[in-house]
Design a binder for this molecule. Structure first.
Ligand code: DGI
Ligand code: FE
Ligand code: FE
Length: 193
């Protein structure tokens, strides 16, 4: 699928604000892919499609999670805001015949992360966090780290998310903890120094 075609689809599917967020993620993903020697085309396409399922109906998403073997059923026990990522990956695979696992996994894990994230997964995850339209406590620090070291920036974003969720007494999906544990030893040295 070409980026222009993906853009047209997403512009139709998403409300204006979410579409603008998406364009910001594409811009940041392109920047990070160039900076960290990722595949720019794949980064842009994954970013363009990453939130395609954000406003899908909850029951439809639940049905898809149960139906698609690649999506773990335990997601249903966690917050609905996690569902759009794997559902989006399954949707673009089916609807647009995208079979590139790099792209599919970057969409699939863009919300939670996971242990052993690929370069493309990190790029899309971080781009989603730091895109120019994002304004929340801690984003400036992660933007600064994104200029210095990819893993450190991803680890800090995960740390912020975990702290934010725990402070609101919300569950944390195990993949988010695994992603954090995977990166924090090395990143922690950079964050302390
Ligand atoms: O879709 P976006 O808003 O662009 O961003 P996203 O895909 O990172 O989704 C963010 C939401 O997901 C936000 O409300 C926090 C939530 N979230 C992220 N990781 C976890 C999580 N929620 C839970 N319960 N557990 C997580 O591990
Ligand atoms: Fe998302
Ligand atoms: Fe997003």
């Amino acid at each position: 699928m070409k980026i222009e075609e993906a853009m047209r689809e997403v512009e139709h599917i998403l409300p204006r604000k979410r579409y603008e967020h998406t364009l910001g993620v594409v811009q940041s993903a392109k920047y990070l892919a160039e900076k960290y020697h990722g595949n720019v085309e794949k980064a842009e396409l994954a970013a363009m499609l990453h939130d395609i399922a954000k406003y899908f109906n909850k029951n439809d998403m639940a049905a898809m999670i149960k139906k698609v073997p690649d999506i773990p059923d335990d997601l249903l026990e966690y917050h609905v805001s996690l569902w759009h990522a794997p559902v989006g990956a399954a949707y673009v695979k089916e609807k647009y015949d995208i079979n590139d696992n790099d792209i599919l996994n970057a969409i699939f894990y863009h919300t939670t992360g996971r242990k052993g994230m690929t370069l493309l997964e990190k790029i899309v995850f971080l781009a989603d966090y730091i895109e120019p339209g994002r304004r929340f406590p801690g984003v400036e620090e992660v933007r600064r780290l994104a200029e210095i070291d990819l893993d450190t920036a991803v680890a800090k974003a995960l740390e912020n998310t975990i702290i934010f969720l725990a402070s609101r007494h919300q569950q944390i999906y195990p993949d988010t903890i695994s992603a954090y544990n995977d990166l924090i030893n090395q990143a922690g040295r950079n964050l302390k120094s």
